[in-house]
Design a protein around this ligand. Structure first.
Ligand code: NAD
Length: 272
């Protein structure tokens, strides 16, 4: 378990879809590092408030605000940022994390299934990145707080590089995030904005509960994980809080895979 060292003190982190799963773990990890946290939720206010209460319990943890927003909607993303900035003065760290799956074989996939996933997983991340960059540029450097003008951590997936039959909308959205992230780095690194992605492998959350909640599902999952363990949301939280801190200052425009080796293609272990 990671021991917090308050490396995000005085900063504000906005994390989308942070009432559950990976987003929740990122919110808790950053809150424990002393950041103020804008907790965004889509459907469960109660879960979002539980996350806020957990951060408040932490001595010298950051303050929180809970904001409902559908991050696939431009107006709601603008309002989400406005609420966070009104409460804490600015946003230093943005983690576009909210995501979903709508699985179907491609020849059976409806346009609606395609559009829903792209709207949330890709367009939603674009909308958040854009608002974050606008705020970073307007606010200017805060040298006492961070070496960066601002930090963006896009929540991607191993499926930004591993193709996924039956999930083409999801894989396409994550592949898109890679190029969104790299283009932001290329365009704004000279302004000292850092934009990176985290690509989780299989992490135990609601999104894949139908698989990991059965013995057979866990066995299948582990077949593609050399480390032979399914990840926990906290595995992502600790990497995200480090990636948001000055300790990783020279990392920009890259994806950090947190996947127990899944992207090392274990199917080829014994000669393929
Ligand atoms: P999750 O279902 O717990 O989290 C998704 C969150 O997004 C939920 O809090 C949900 O309420 C929120 N959300 C859904 N629609 C929204 C909307 N329109 N506006 C705002 N929020 C909305 O699952 P998770 O695994 O924690 O997923 C978080 C991110 O991690 C996703 O982007 C997902 O693709 C990515 N990811 C997860 C895994 C994994 O194995 N769990 C692996 C790779 C990538």
């Amino acid at each position: 378990m990671h021991t917090p060292n308050k490396r995000l003190e005085g900063q504000t982190a906005l994390i989308t879809g942070s009432s559950s799963g990976i987003g929740k773990a990122v919110a808790l990890a950053m809150g424990k590092e002393g950041a103020n946290v804008v907790i965004n939720y889509h459907s469960s206010k109660e879960e979002a408030e539980d996350v806020a209460n957990e951060i408040s319990k932490e001595k010298a943890g950051g303050e929180t605000i809970v904001v409902k927003a559908d991050v696939s909607k431009e107006k709601e993303v603008k309002q989400l940022f406005k609420n966070g900035i009104e409460k804490f003065g600015t946003i230093d760290i943005c983690v576009p994390n909210a995501g979903m799956q709508q699985d179907a074989e491609l020849h059976k996939m409806t346009l609606d299934q395609w559009n829903q996933v792209i709207a949330l997983n890709l367009t939603g991340q674009f909308l958040c990145c854009r608002e974050a960059i606008i705020e970073f540029l307007e606010r200017g450097m805060r040298p006492k707080v961070s070496k960066s003008l601002g930090k963006i951590i896009n929540m991607s997936s191993v499926h930004e590089i591993i193709p996924w039959a039956g999930h083409a909308n999801y894989a396409a959205s994550k592949g898109g995030i890679e190029m969104l992230m790299k283009s932001i780095c290329q365009g704004y690194a000279s302004k000292k904005i850092r934009c990176n992605s985290i690509a989780p492998g299989a992490i135990k959350t609601e999104i894949n509960k139908d698989v990991w909640s059965t013995e057979e599902g866990r066995k299948q999952m582990k077949k593609v994980i050399p480390y032979d363990e399914i990840g926990e949301p906290e595995d992502i939280g600790s990497v995200a809080s480090w990636l948001a801190s000055d300790e990783s200052e020279y990392i920009n425009g890259t994806t950090i895979f947190v996947d127990g080796g899944m992207t090392c293609y274990p199917g080829f272990t014994n000669n393929g």
